[in-house]
Design a protein around this ligand. Structure first.
Ligand SMILES: [Zn+2]
Ligand SMILES: [Zn+2]
Length: 242
């Protein structure tokens, strides 16, 4: 077993992120294109006439001020700093994603064959997102290469930078994935701390970091309910009936 580069939990062999953090990265990459669409909505209304201009007092309302941070986040641009360094303020989303794709592609061994038929491994020169160099395109690329990225120690930097980015965006859009507490306790630590988060496949324990697939949880919850019911039948006056 290895260890997670982000938290003290253990990770599978050859992987530098625990299941909770791997799932979080995957969920962020799925969330980013949606968040970017919310950000775009901040910009669009500014070009339309506001209600104040139509039959108002003759004085137009000031247009809704567009937060400069929104324009920067949605802007083009490149990261001057290498991925992993955090000396930038608010980097554009595209710049962060593109830089990370390039960084991961550089580590990805592209296997080519020389004229003698011998396999030669060399770094990929560039990442080519099949949906174009858009936020959606880069997120799809990064999701496809995530299993590989998890095998690199740099996954800790990827997690930190994507986390900073998504939290900055959520601060502006106020669109935060909902958390749904689950009824049955964690099968590993017994805490009532199992939570399902919109956009994430599994259910995680916020106390011990245990992660269950949804059907695993359903089986566990059904067994838990049966145990409770059996206890109540065996001892109808017991504390469970109170
Ligand atoms: Zn972790
Ligand atoms: Zn637990």
């Amino acid at each position: 077993m290895g260890s997670c580069a982000i938290c003290p939990r253990t990770a599978a062999d050859g992987v530098h992120a625990c299941p909770v953090h791997a799932e979080e990265l995957r969920a962020w990459l799925a969330e980013l294109p949606y968040q970017a669409r919310f950000l775009e909505e901040f910009i669009e209304p500014a070009g339309r006439p506001t209600a104040g201009r139509i039959g108002g007092t003759g004085r137009a309302h000031a247009p809704v001020p567009v937060d400069l941070r929104v324009l920067v986040l949605l802007g083009p641009g490149r990261l001057d700093a290498a991925p992993g360094s955090d000396d930038d303020g608010t980097p554009p989303i595209l710049a962060v994603l593109g830089a990370w794709a390039g960084h991961i592609a550089y580590h990805y061994p592209a296997v080519g064959y020389d004229r003698y038929g011998t396999a030669r491994s060399q770094p990929c020169e560039q990442a080519w997102p099949s949906y174009g160099e858009t936020i959606t395109g880069w997120c799809a690329w990064l999701t496809a290469y995530l299993p590989f990225a998890l095998t690199l120690p740099l996954v800790a930097d990827l997690h930190r930078q994507l986390g900073n980015l998504i939290h900055r965006i959520r601060d502006l859009t106020h669109a935060v994935p909902h958390r749904h507490p689950q009824a049955a306790p964690c099968p590993r630590c017994d805490a009532h701390a199992l939570v399902a988060v919109d956009g994430q496949h599994g259910i995680t324990c916020t106390a011990c970091g245990n992660r269950l697939e949804r059907d695993e949880y359903d089986q566990h919850a059904a067994a838990f309910l049966q145990t409770i019911q059996a206890e109540q039948e065996a001892d109808p006056g017991g504390p469970a009936a109170a």
